[in-house]
Write a protein that binds this ligand. Structure first.
Ligand SMILES: [Ca+2]
Length: 326
């Protein structure tokens, strides 16, 4: 890597800060995307997931402000799946605590986005930098799939997509599913969208539950979070606050600490040789009654993505923390 090269990325995310019952990994991924010197963050696009996308835009704006990067645009994306519906469990969650600001004050909505829809932001930004933009997708893939449908030229114009999503079962304990026994959240949230992305022909890298789990060491434990000096910078304070919300009300009972699912996708975008990778053909189940959203290896098909199959999670976590706090 040369010193003057920075990979241009758009971060498509479902960030929530200070909202009980949400994950801390999206805001940490935004912080890493801003701070990693190998990346140039062109914009943040929000999608439904941890919270609705308009609330997510307010959260992203607050994180960018803490990082001193209010110049980075935030565009609000889809509030539903491509089909226009929203999973029942999210409708219920958004009617409760996950539909409104929590313990961290947020800017008003009119101050929290660039007044352009995420789908159009993706299209315009990718076409403005042909061959250069990587989308790091760390939520449902609805915005990206709709951008591909609305302007198919972006498929040839994209450099690549790195996504956190899916589960293949390499890891018997964690590598199957987290929202259903066989499906991972981001893919299950909109299987039709993932199917379009997987068949797009774009250079794809999958960072799934097989590596984003406690067995690889990819856990930000309580102790290092407690050790962060919140007076060091607004970003350090935000980092600590965001982790505290998650540690107080974890989304999954996998471990004591924050599993850094989404930041790993950002880290892989910054360093494509970060772990071990396997070329595979992966399809998405879009029909199954019990298997909706399952990511299925296709033995007889040509590979359509490189799959992250091994990482030194402990080293990755240390690197992420030191990069954000640098
Ligand atoms: Ca996410």
């Amino acid at each position: 890597m040369t010193a003057d090269f920075r990979r241009k990325i758009i971060l498509d995310t479902d960030p929530a800060i200070g909202i009980p019952g949400t994950d801390a990994d999206d805001p940490i991924a935004i912080m890493l995307a801003v701070k990693d010197p190998r990346l140039e963050l062109l914009g943040v696009t929000t999608i439904f997931g941890n919270c609705p996308p308009d609330l997510g835009a307010r959260c992203a704006t607050q994180v960018l402000a803490a990082a001193g990067r209010s110049d980075i645009p935030v565009a609000i994306g889809m509030a539903t799946r491509m089909g226009g519906d929203l999973p029942e469990l999210l409708q219920q969650a958004y009617a409760g605590a996950r539909g409104k600001p929590g313990s961290i004050p947020l800017p008003a909505l009119e101050d929290a986005h660039n007044h352009q829809h995420a789908v159009d932001f993706i299209i315009e930004t990718v076409l403005a930098h042909p061959g250069e933009v990587t989308i790091v997708a760390i939520g449902a893939q609805t915005n990206i799939a709709l951008a591909m449908v609305k302007e198919p030229k972006i498929c040839a114009a994209l450099h690549s997509i790195v996504f956190m999503g899916g589960a293949l079962g390499f890891n018997a304990e964690y590598g199957r599913g987290n929202i259903t026994p066989v499906a991972e959240c981001n893919i299950w949230f909109d299987p039709q969208a993932a199917d379009i992305v997987f068949r797009s022909g774009v250079d794809l890298t999958m960072v799934g539950l097989d590596v984003t789990n406690p067995s690889t060491g990819l856990v930000l434990a309580k102790e290092p979070v407690a050790d962060i000096d919140a007076t060091a910078s607004p970003l350090a304070a935000m980092f600590k606050q965001v982790c505290a919300t998650f540690l107080d009300a974890p989304m999954f009972e996998w471990s004591e600490g924050c599993v850094l699912y989404d930041p790993l996708a950002v880290a892989v975008a910054a360093d494509p040789a970060l772990g071990e990778f396997t070329q595979m053909a992966i399809a998405v189940e879009t029909q199954g009654r019990l298997t909706l959203g399952q990511t299925v290896p296709q033995r007889d098909q040509p590979a359509n993505m490189r799959v992250c199959s091994g990482i030194d999670g402990k080293a990755v976590v240390q690197n992420i923390v030191s990069t954000i706090l640098a």
